[in-house]
Ligand binder design. Sequence first.
Ligand code: ZN
Length: 404
Amino acid sequence: MNGGQIGNVDLVKQLNSAAVYRLIDQQGPISRIQVADVSQLAPASVTKITRQLLERGLIKEVAQQASTGGRRAISLTTEVAPFHSIAVRLGRDYIQLSLYDLGGKELASAEHEFLYAQQPQLIEGLLGHIKAFIAQHSAQIDQLIAIGVVLPGLVNPETGVVEYMPHIDIDTLDLGDILREHFHVESFVGNDVRGMALAEHYFGASQDCQDSILVSVHRGTGAGIIVNGQVFLGSNRNVGEIGHIQIDALGDKCQCGNFGCLETIATNPAIIKRVTNLLAQGYESSLAGIEPLNVETICQHANQGDELAKQALVQVGNQLGKAIAITVNLFNPQKIVIAGQITAAPEIIFPAILRNVHNQSLKTFHRDLPIVASAVDKQPTKSAFAMIKRAMLNGVLLQKLLED
Ligand SMILES: [Zn+2]
């Protein structure tokens, strides 16, 4: 949240509206009196803000039987059905799009192969895919309130400027503004792994805690750190590069130029490469002859007891565990969430991770630390929707809707 300018009347207005909306969203149905109590706003302010929210259709009144009997109390709850958003996950060679209502219900989705080698192709293709998706689902869309895009790379989430992508050259890609101008709707752009950590916090495995770390193992390895219910970004907005923690000084060369980074072992391509090499050397395995190999198949065979597949995954779990132990010592999280196809072999991966976390982090930090599989992994666009949800809860998008 861009803040710190207390005294700015508009910001105070935005924060107060957000506080009221947040309470109704998270604790509704809730009465105006309870909202005033919990938010510590003056009852007159609460009345004014709820009137605005009601007029905009963002909340509604519901009659609730008072627990003491007697007359029915009027409570407030959010209205989510008429407000729609498009959430996009941009991969290195694919694009996934979903239509969500404001309650986070996915109403439609699509996935396409999407190859782009240069920035202009990326912009043109992205706009084209979103436009076609909106056209295709126009009958389902009532009010389009926002577009969210997550992508691999470094993004300034406040300005929506993409500063770096791992696979193509980027020259200050002002994607937030481009989307806003093109579709005339609020737009949010962010890093995919950080977005996923936020999605776990709002909708998934880490809903029950304020401090959590998501570790994602896909094409690359990244982490999203949630501290006090917010994505931890730092002032340069670039943290969580767990994939470049060195775990083997004599390891393979990494794309970053260093040697033995976690990414040289704990990514899908690295796992496949290692298994392929072992098979080529003649190791016995039920995987022999299977082509193309993927991590899901390796997990299946490991689950069925194939020793080579098992050992390959144990090695990944061990190295992941070492890197996670470092983050545990640094952040003392309440939960670790693991995303990626490797979680399809839970009885092999999780014990290996746990063993290493236990060996290499402080006992008081890891004693009650659950390490669990992602709950939103199968719905990757949820990470883009999470940014839209955040913008409602912190008031950035909410205020725009109220001013419409
Ligand atoms: Zn590296």
